[in-house]
Structure formats: structure tokens, C-alpha cells
Design a protein around this ligand. Structure first.
Ligand SMILES: [Zn+2]
Ligand SMILES: [Zn+2]
Ligand SMILES: [Zn+2]
Length: 150
């Protein structure tokens, strides 16, 4: 498993940039650390914070998410519904750990671990002399639950 960012990394990265480690930034990151494998929007994070009786407003959540993704700790993703989602990043950006399956019916995002694309990358490099250092793939379709609802 690739190494993921932690709260200590946030502290170090903020220090490097002379930014303060505020309780809000810490709380927002903690939401993700407590929920591995979740892909959360600003509204999702805000809702979870409200459930935990936190007073952090939506605008602060937006700003914290932007900062955390600028620092590379969170990865910002677009899944075609106009609503950005975030997840904790791997410390080595070339070591992505999964691909995404997006349900176009309920908007759920699933992860797919098996990466058969390394072989494909190898093929492409050999045939086209193109040196690949990463790839991004999104699969759009209908999840199992939505299929059963039909
Ligand atoms: Zn679905
Ligand atoms: Zn993911
Ligand atoms: Zn891959």
C-alpha cells in the first residue's frame, strides 16, 4: 500500500510555508483521516462537522479544502457533476492507489484497486517511445444498488 499523508505532514507543510496550524484546518483533515476511502465534497464535510457539533462554516470548509489540496495533502477530483470531491493523497504522486467508478444515477464514487494499466503503459511506451509517468482513469456507469432498484 502506498503511504498516505498524515496530520504530521500537514503540520510540517504549513510550517514550511509559514502558515499556522489552525484548529479548523486540523478538524477538516481529521474528517478525511477518520474516513479512509471516502470522497467528500465541501458540503459533505460541512454536514459531517455539523453532526460533530463543530461551528466551522461552509466558507471556512471551502478555504481549508483549497489549502489542503494546494499543499498536496488532499487530492481534488471532478467527477463530471460540477461538484469537486476530495480524498487524502498518497505521498508519492506517481503512486496512485486506485481508480474511480462513478455511478451516474446516484453519484456514488467507488474505488477499484486492481491496476491492469501498468501493462498497458509498458506497451504504449514500447510502441510510441512516449515516457509515461502517470495515468488517470474514470469509469462512468451504474452501481450495483442502482441496478437492483430498476
Ligand atoms: Zn448508484
Ligand atoms: Zn479515491
Ligand atoms: Zn492506475
Amino acid at each position: 500500500m502506498p503511504k498516505m499523508f498524515t496530520m504530521d505532514d500537514l503540520r510540517i507543510k504549513l510550517q514550511e510555508r509559514q502558515h499556522k496550524m489552525t484548529p479548523q484546518r486540523q478538524t477538516v483533515l481529521q474528517i478525511f483521516l477518520d474516513r479512509p476511502g471516502k470522497h467528500l465534497s465541501a458540503e459533505d464535510v460541512h454536514g459531517l462537522l455539523r453532526d460533530e457539533h463543530s461551528e466551522i462554516g461552509l466558507a471556512t470548509v471551502y478555504r481549508s479544502l483549497e489549502l489542503l489540496s494546494d499543499l498536496g495533502i488532499l487530492q481534488k477530483m471532478e467527477f463530471g457533476d460540477g461538484c469537486s470531491r476530495y480524498e487524502v493523497n498518497t505521498t508519492d504522486p506517481s503512486q496512485h492507489h486506485h481508480h474511480h467508478l462513478i455511478c451516474t444515477s446516484c453519484g456514488k464514487v467507488l474505488e477499484f484497486e486492481d491496476d491492469l494499466l501498468d501493462d498497458l503503459e509498458h506497451d504504449i511506451m514500447e510502441k510510441s517511445q512516449f515516457k509515461i509517468h502517470d495515468h488517470q482513469v474514470k469509469f462512468f456507469g451504474i452501481c450495483k444498488e442502482c441496478q437492483e432498484k430498476k
